[in-house]
Ligand binder design. Structure first.
Ligand SMILES: NC(=O)c1ccc[n+]([C@@H]2O[C@H](COP(=O)([O-])OP(=O)(O)OC[C@H]3O[C@@H](n4cnc5c(N)ncnc54)[C@H](OP(=O)(O)O)[C@@H]3O)[C@@H](O)[C@H]2O)c1
Length: 253
């Protein structure tokens, strides 16, 4: 299938590892140039170089923290200088504070603040800088990475559910407001997708038994969904929240 995005530019946030990295890889495989953004310079630069070599695309690594307005300003300046306005934004974020706790145990102000900055405020900071540039061009794809917990809250995922539900609400508003501009806004909602961070936090064999498909997802399967939503073919799809969860969410919607 030709996704029709060869030669376009994608900004992928939180992309030095895991789901962000695999979303970047899936887009690069379609011939999309990339801006990759995360905090650890060495890892980010190594991944950017590997992806550029593997797919013959241009990849600009920008080191920074989504929680810091100055870093997001610098990210935007470097992106526009290198590529002009991005065509695609994959809005991935860092994980919520660990260890995960039940909501009544979540009584430390600092953890709430960190979860807010990481999951919600940082993401809004990026999307509100990028969306006007896409609207000006008359074409754009925004794909947020949230969590299946926005549809079916998972045990000890309160700090994820609360702020990602907020981000889902923000992005739904945006999708509605800009639907006629050529810019689509969708989210993917993962659960039990096997990244290194997941391996460190969970017993994945045990976890697989709780997934209706009885297996852990591959990060490539998340990347493929992101690439489709970012494609020209997905032009009539906006405002959706699509699970990539092996069937975990048991409700109708
Ligand atoms: N895997 C799943 O099944 C699953 C399920 C539900 C939700 N999620 C969510 O999906 C996201 C990705 O998950 P993952 O498993 O791929 O996590 P991960 O492997 O920990 O990757 C997180 C990425 O975000 C970057 N990052 C973290 N904080 C950042 C910040 N403040 N500014 C810029 N970049 C930042 C990290 O790089 P640096 O540390 O270098 O900055 C890394 O590249 C997370 O928010 C996770 O909670 C995942």
């Amino acid at each position: 299938m030709n996704l029709g995005i060869k030669g376009k530019t994608a900004l992928v946030t939180a992309s030095s590892a895991g789901l962000g990295e695999f979303a970047a890889r899936a887009l690069a495989a379609e011939g999309v140039n990339l801006v990759m953004f995360a905090r650890s310079a060495q890892t980010l630069q190594a991944k950017a170089q590997a992806i550029a070599q593997a797919h013959g695309v241009r990849v600009l690594p920008v080191v920074g923290d989504m929680r810091l307005a100055a870093d997001v300003d610098r990210l935007m300046a470097q992106t526009v200088e290198a590529f002009g306005a991005p065509d695609i934004l994959v809005l991935n974020t860092g994980r919520p504070p660990v260890p995960m706790r039940e909501v009544l145990q979540e009584n430390e102000e600092q953890r709430w603040q960190e979860a807010y900055e990481t999951q919600l405020r940082g993401a809004i900071r990026v999307v509100s800088a990028v969306a006007p540039l896409m609207i000006q061009k008359g074409w754009g794809r925004i794909v947020g990475v949230t969590s299946a917990s926005v549809k079916q809250p998972m045990l000890k995922h309160g700090l994820s559910t609360v702020f990602r539900a907020g981000l889902t609400g923000y992005l739904k508003h945006l999708a509605n407001e800009i639907a006629a501009t050529g810019v689509t806004v969708n989210t993917v909602c993962p659960a039990s997708v096997g990244t290194e961070a997941m391996e460190q936090s969970y017993d994945l064999k045990l976890r697989a038994q709780q997934v209706p498909m009885r297996r852990i997802g591959r990060p490539e399967e998340l990347g493929a969904m992101v690439a489709f939503l970012a494609s020209d073919l997905a032009g009539f799809t906006t405002g959706t929240a699509i699970q990539v969860d092996g069937g975990m969410v048991a409700s109708l919607y």
